[in-house]
Design a protein around this ligand. Structure first.
Ligand code: 3ON
Ligand code: FE
Length: 485
């Protein structure tokens, strides 16, 4: 095992190093990666697609929060031990117009404002679909996702933007489609893409969609739930879609008045429970709700049904992890922001009661698992973690947890490397759940460049088996997927 130095703010990372990963990357590249340390496994073939904010400024005006940055897709295609890199901005209407105008023309959900103060921003309630959160390949289409509007379709080879995509007329213009679809591997091996869209208000409407492999809608149903619901992600089992309704309220006056972004008007109410909402996938059985301890959840790792109970593994924050009043996200005081921790919830459907247990205390985000186990019992979880064992800090390591034994394996990129979402890719014809690789796009602050690292999922502690060194950086990203050839 690597020796992890004792936790202390000065040993695991330097603030300027961390900040430097949030520089804009305005360039678009296409080249074969020629600096490779180690060896790319021959059996690893396909394309890693990632999304995230590529610009942290609009023509020199900094965004207020990275989640407001224009979506940029990175694609790294791997075949026969070689790798080809490409990155391209999604040509959203907002990106195209702002780049032409040379100034911000829209407000961002996370607080970016147009120049000119509150007068210039008040009552401008248009949403700029920035297509920056996830990218999936499904039904022969590459789709860039942003949860508050419809997807953008891209050419999977060139990453050229083909336009907004209504999914064959399923979505109305501007209709929400979450950035966290789940692929149900299917009991009969016919996978389905399951996703939702939410329309918020005094009550909220959740629409569920299931698509077949060709991208055709096979099932949809709609449900109204009481109260404001900020639902970034969900989890599925063969029988349920599961949502966590965070205990938050929305006070939109500062947003309407041009003072704050919509997401900055969310307040956490620690005295209210978090509510698990279980929607049967048949679309007709009644919805069940179960109250849980108050916490804030963006992401779920997985869910499964076992012995009449429903288990859900989720990244929980003690409260909404906002910037705690920092003027600038680059000056965020990590010690004041709660860290995410992995909790397992056991939901008893017969009694509508729950129990919760913390599985990973170390600050963590961005879980992944073997895609064959989505919605089913599973043993191995991969997740980005902080280098230090306690407290909040940037993600600098990749952790694999054996949920059966509690054993953990870590590989850390500290002090100068910063991690994001690890992606597990099964080895073709694998027969063990962890037989495959873990891919991570790491920002190396020493070189001010990013690197794709490949780890053997059964030997995390041996470190990367290959490091693909890019001659430039990719700003810290959000989510992505590996499309196997
Ligand atoms: O009333 C609604 C309020 C609201 C917040 C209206 C709404 C639907 C427009 C809305 C919009 C929400 C949006 C657009 C959310 C987008 C979220 C996003 C882009 C990213 C979320 C990321 C979450 C996490 C946990 C990231 C973690 C990052 C790190 C650990 C560091 O890299
Ligand atoms: Fe997410």
């Amino acid at each position: 095992m690597q020796t992890l130095p004792s936790p202390s703010a000065s040993t695991d990372f330097d603030m300027d190093d961390w900040r430097s990963g949030y520089c804009s990357q305005p360039n678009e590249y296409a080249y074969e990666i020629d600096e490779i340390e180690g060896t790319i496994p021959d059996e690893l073939t396909g394309t890693l697609f990632r999304n995230g904010p590529g610009l942290l400024d609009i023509a020199g005006h900094p965004v207020h929060h990275p989640f407001d940055g224009d979506g940029m897709i990175t694609a790294i295609s791997i075949s026969k031990g070689k790798a080809f890199f490409r990155n391209r901005f999604v040509r959203t209407e907002g990106y195209v117009k702002e780049q032409a105008a040379g100034k911000p023309l829209y407000r961002g959900v996370f607080g970016t404002q147009k120049p000119g103060g509150p007068f210039a921003n008040a009552f401008d309630l248009r949403l700029k679909n920035i297509a920056n959160t996830n990218v999936i390949y499904w039904g022969g289409k590459l789709l860039a996702l942003w949860e508050a509007a419809e997807p953008h379709q891209l050419d999977p080879k060139t990453l050229e933007t083909l336009g907004l995509d209504s999914l064959e007329g399923v979505l109305r213009p501007g209709e929400a489609f979450s950035a966290h679809p789940r692929v149900d591997p299917g009991c009969d091996r016919t996978p389905r893409l399951v996703n939702f869209g939410v329309k918020t208000g005094l009550s909220s409407t959740i629409t569920l969609y299931e698509f077949d492999l060709k991208g055709r809608l096979v099932h949809t149903h709609q449900h109204n739930i009481p109260g404001f619901a900020f639902l970034h992600d969900f989890a599925i089992t063969p029988n349920y879609c599961i949502f966590f309704q965070n205990p938050v309220s929305f006070s939109p006056i500062p947003y309407l008045a041009g003072l704050k972004g919509a997401a900055e008007c969310i307040q956490f109410n620690p005295k209210q429970p978090t509510r698990a909402i279980l929607i049967p996938r048949d679309g007709t059985s009644p919805i069940q709700t179960i109250d849980l301890q108050p916490c804030f959840v963006f992401h779920h790792a997985n869910a499964f049904e076992q012995d009449g109970k429903l288990y859900l593994d989720s990244i929980c924050y003690q409260e909404f992890p906002d910037l705690k009043g920092a003027e600038n996200y680059l000056d965020a005081d990590f010690s004041r922001i709660p860290e995410g921790q992995l909790w397992r919830f056991e939901l008893d459907l017969a009694t509508s009661t729950s129990q919760a247990e913390c599985l990973i205390e170390r600050g963590c985000e961005f879980p992944d698992l073997n895609p064959e186990h989505v919605g089913r019992p599973y043993r191995y979880l991969y997740i980005g973690v902080a280098h230090r064992a306690q407290g909040n800090a940037p993600l600098q390591a990749i952790l694999k947890r054996d949920l059966a034994t509690g054993q953990e394996e870590i590989w850390s990129f500290a002090p100068r490397g910063f991690a994001g979402e690890p992606i597990f890719v099964p080895r073709p014809q694998a027969n063990a759940e962890d037989d495959g690789w873990v891919l991570g796009l790491i920002y190396n602050a020493e070189r001010r460049c990013s690197e794709l690292v490949i780890l053997d999922a059964q030997r995390i502690e041996q470190g990367p088996i290959a490091i693909l060194k890019l001659p430039h950086h990719i700003p810290y990203g959000l989510h992505g997927n590996f499309a196997q050839d």
